[in-house]
Design a protein around this ligand. Structure first.
Ligand SMILES: CC(C)(COP(=O)(O)OP(=O)(O)OC[C@H]1O[C@@H](n2cnc3c(N)ncnc32)[C@H](O)[C@@H]1OP(=O)(O)O)[C@@H](O)C(=O)NCCC(=O)NCCS
Length: 179
């Protein structure tokens, strides 16, 4: 692994010269890092290497990473169903050392933009009822609570279901993204 893959190892002066985080499509070389983020972010209901690899190449999925220089700091995984205008945010995680910087909000906005481009008018997601940071992120980002599903996760935890209606696409947004 590249020595600078973990941004905390980069001297402050060099770090300040790096470009701001930007979002791009995840590719196969990102697989190890995606699994690392997945394992450190989730105690159960994790995606396996095989599932991640399959989703990276699937037309029914969009896998996105947020990167600062060469360091991948987080990812979002969006699923689509043919004939449906509802996209599902299946997973979202940010490196523990980079939380609270608004990176998840940038990944979320990017996922919504992609969903609109794929003809979707809504994004749905489930989040553990005992995950206040994620709940705050979604509610702050305009997701409306749709109900609770008891025993949704493998360890028996309940899920809160959320949905956001997407505004019609508009030109000239300024998000730093590479498709
Ligand atoms: C949820 C997660 C993606 C948020 O990433 P992030 O980049 O830190 O998100 P942001 O910086 O955009 O916003 C985080 C918000 O959560 C808030 N937050 C952080 N920890 C919190 C806590 N323990 N309780 C309540 N809110 C909390 C922050 O204050 C911030 O809200 P604010 O800016 O309005 O104050 C990240 O915490 C993570 O990867 N968690 C593990 C995986 C996970 O739970 N994914 C979501 C699955 S649905």
């Amino acid at each position: 692994m590249c020595y600078f893959a973990n941004r905390r190892h980069i001297p402050a002066k060099l770090s300040s010269l790096m470009r701001p985080p930007s979002v791009r499509a995840a590719t196969l070389p990102d697989l190890d890092r995606l699994l690392e983020l997945e394992v450190s972010a989730f105690g159960s209901d994790r995606l396996s290497r095989r599932s991640f690899a399959r989703l990276l190449g699937a037309a029914s999925a969009a896998s996105r990473v947020i990167a600062e220089g060469r360091a991948v700091l987080g990812y979002a995984l969006l699923l689509f169903r043919s004939g449906s205008r509802v996209a599902r945010l299946y997973s979202l995680a940010v490196d523990a050392g980079h939380r609270g910087r608004g990176l998840a909000a940038v990944l979320l906005a990017d996922a919504e933009r992609l969903a609109r481009r794929r003809g979707c008018d809504r994004v749905r997601l489930e989040v553990r009822a005992d995950n206040p940071a994620a709940i705050r992120l979604y509610e702050r980002s305009g997701y409306a609570f749709r109900g609770l599903t008891e025993g949704y996760y493998a360890d028996g935890a309940a899920a809160r279901r959320y949905e956001k209606r997407l505004a019609a696409p508009h030109r000239g947004h300024s998000l730093a993204t590479k498709d």
